[in-house]
Design a protein around this ligand. Structure first.
Ligand code: S3P
Length: 428
């Protein structure tokens, strides 16, 4: 029995953008309203943390209304702020808390407590904050904030979360703050800051915020999440006869790496750009199955391209196993410090499904044209592993099941219903 995807699919609001809008709206003067705000558990963690800091937030389905407290209006929380599974919540909020004249504690779930925090502690200390961390590098963090000073900071890793942490701290700093990146990363914070009225200067690899003024409230719709769309795009490329359209998606160039890479290798993908909303380009993407695309020679993902597709690598690895020449992933050691060690988890699960894959310190070598066999998938509570291997299950022979399907709520609570809605079966 064959399977295919068809129809118009609506993606939840972009998770990265939703976090940033909520945090900046909390610091703004006036009331901000957002439609299509991400309904993910990660963004719920951000909302709960902000509410615990005294920010009035109301939510009606995916409409969120935030009454800004002004730059100096946050109040100390009565308990440790809990970021759950969300690295973005913890790292970005740490930048804001570093500028407050009170002490805060920040923590998260077991996965988040294993992830490296030295990368934000170092620049925040240079700016003048006092921070204690478990073993020097991990949450729980204790942050004694206060008046900060601007710094010139070269990121040791290409990370939008670290860049954003420093840029948010710069809102409380005397003088200019400049961040230099080793490779371009998503620039949602820069665009959001400008929408909220902050002057930001961007050149090729650096971003600068001068002594900032007050932030004003913002209204608008959050674009659909391209990283959520990636699972359906790849599924449509793998299942013969598929034809899907994804309207209202965020088309920020720092997130379009996957689409551009697939197009450059012959995938049948059309992008129609509409008007930008709050500085974020938005539009529709149509993806159609094309057998010739799967006949590609060995493809590689490496170098500066990696930060642009970092969250899409689990589903790209599944795609790689179905390309005739396979896929090589290099320069992606950052995957080892995501919600799980994604290099190990992808390799292990592809092997469980009978694919040939060789693990490398910074990536993997995936053999092509693999006949996948249905298997029990160990997600390690990682939402992107769960969704990527659900798609792998659609091209596998036999039954595939997940040990923890509910973990998809971290980014995409409606993932399975959206998939069921788009999936149809035939006898050809
Ligand atoms: C994010 C940045 C990336 C990405 C994460 C979201 C953000 O993390 O993997 O899912 O919203 O800034 P890093 O900054 O750790 O690369």
């Amino acid at each position: 029995m064959s399977r295919r995807l068809s129809g118009t699919l609506y993606m939840p609001g972009d998770k990265s953008i939703s976090h940033r809008y909520a945090m900046l709206a909390a610091l703004a003067e006036g009331v901000s309203t957002f439609e299509n705000f991400s309904d993910s558990e990660d963004c719920a963690a951000t909302r709960r943390c902000l509410a615990a800091l005294g920010v009035p937030i109301a939510q009606d389905q995916t409409r969120v209304v935030i009454k800004g407290c002004g730059r100096n209006g946050l109040r100390p929380a009565t308990a440790a702020l809990y970021a759950g599974n969300s690295g973005t919540t913890l790292r970005l909020l740490a930048g804001i808390l570093a500028g407050q004249r009170f002490e805060s504690a920040l923590t998260g779930d077991a996965s988040l407590q294993r992830r490296p925090m030295g990368r934000i502690i170092e620049p925040l200390r240079q700016m003048g904050a006092e921070i204690e961390a478990d073993g020097g590098n991990c949450a729980p963090l204790r942050i004694r904030g206060g008046p900060l000073k601007g710094i010139d900071y070269t990121l040791p890793v290409a990370s939008a979360q670290v860049k954003s942490c420093v840029l948010l701290a710069s809102l409380f700093a005397e003088g200019t703050t400049r961040v230099i990146e080793p490779a371009p990363t998503r620039d949602h914070t820069e665009r959001a800051l400008e929408s909220f009225g902050i002057e930001v200067a961007c050149r090729d690899r650096w971003v600068e915020v001068k002594r900032p003024a007050a932030l004003h409230a913002v209204q608008g719709r959050v674009p659909g999440d391209l990283s959520s769309a990636a699972f359906f795009m790849v599924a449509a490329l793998l299942l013969p006869g598929s034809d899907i359209t994804l309207p209202g998606l965020g088309l920020n160039p720092t997130r379009l790496g996957l689409v551009r890479w697939l197009q450059s290798h012959g995938a049948r993908i059309e992008v129609e750009t509409g008007a930008a909303v709050n500085g974020e380009p938005v539009g529709a993407i149509r993806v159609r199955y094309r057998r010739e695309f799967l006949e590609a020679d060995t493809l590689t993902i490496c170098g500066d391209h990696v930060p642009n597709v970092i969250d899409e690598i689990p589903i790209l690895a599944v795609l790689g196993s179905q390309l005739r020449g396979g896929l090589i992933i290099r320069d992606a050691a950052e995957l080892r410090v995501k919600e799980s060690d994604r290099i190990a988890r992808i390799v292990e699960n592809l092997q469980t499904m009978s694919a040939m894959v060789v693990e490398q310190p910074d990536g993997m070598i995936i053999s092509g044209a693999q006949a996948l066999h249905g298997a029990r998938i160990a997600t390690f509570g990682d939402h992107r592993i769960a969704m990527a291997f659900t798609i792998a299950g659609l091209v596998a022979q036999g039954v595939t099941s997940l040990d923890d399907p509910a973990c998809v709520r971290v980014s995409f609570p409606d993932f399975f219903t959206t998939l069921e809605h788009a999936l149809s079966f035939g006898n050809d």
